[in-house]
Design a protein around this ligand. Sequence first.
Ligand SMILES: Nc1ncnc2c1ncn2[C@@H]1O[C@H](COP(=O)(O)OP(=O)(O)OP(=O)(O)O)[C@@H](O)[C@H]1O
Ligand SMILES: [Mg+2]
Length: 285
Amino acid sequence: MQKITFMNFKGGVGKTTSVCTMAELLGLAGYHVLIIDLDPQSNTSRMFGIKDDIEELNYEHLFCHKMYSKKSMQEFIVQTNYTNVHMLPSSEEMCDVIYKIYDGTKETANDKNDRIELRFAKNIKLIEEDYDYIFIDTSPFKTYLSYCAILTSDKVVTPISLDNFSYEGVLKLANLIIELNANFKRNAEFMGVFFTKIKSKTSNLFTGMSGSYQEQLGDLFIPIAIRDLIAVAEANTAFQPLYTYNKKCPALNDYIELLNYMDLIDNRHYKKLKNLLVTKKGGDK
Ligand SMILES: Nc1ncnc2c1ncn2[C@@H]1O[C@H](COP(=O)(O)OP(=O)(O)OP(=O)(O)O)[C@@H](O)[C@H]1O
Ligand SMILES: [Mg+2]
């Protein structure tokens, strides 16, 4: 079981698209996946067919209190219509929860074993063994929910786009992870960055820039880029995960290569996913 957060404090870089596409593919491959949507915008929840808040749920409990039973955690989880994908949906209530966590930080600051920032991570532990992967989607704003995401995760990965890439931004995120690990005795690993929305992998602009980023970032540069394709944008507008929307979209192949590079699928599942792709003649869409 691995818990992976997709995070970048820049908006529109492909966090949600990556979480949804990779979760859908892993589910189709046969892995059990839980997506946690920590972005109050709820795009990820909507992509998997969850439109409204589940009214009877109390998100303050989820983030600010210790849960004692697996059953109480399972109440927050929805089985989606997509193979092997479960969802802990976002809620408007999460905006208020951010302030509640903040209040709690003052009350629990000196209680080393029970700091409020760790309660969500501890609650997730109650259900994590039901899954092979837990993916956490986050908002572009740095809030206490971002801290909860990092403190819950084994790994953090950062989608980036060419038009607003910032080396300083990546370093800041890497430092935030180091700082939280030290303060809370955790071991979240920063896996690094990968490019999304690349118009052409062979253009001089892209090869030149990725070469220089690779030099700057070393191992933190993941050399798999996701193509910019209209079908991906259309899938997002139609609120459907990419494979369901268009089985022929070549970006699916990019995401399979990324899953493989990140070591999230073994060879058998890699081949299974490759066989699920429908290749087509003609131009990319
Ligand atoms: N590979 C792609 N090809 C074409 N369009 C893409 C691709 N990936 C993402 N997009 C589009 O870019 C926009 C931003 O993508 P997405 O919502 O995944 O980013 P995000 O980082 O989650 O944004 P936010 O920070 O607002 O949560 C969306 O309109 C989406 O359709
Ligand atoms: Mg998003």
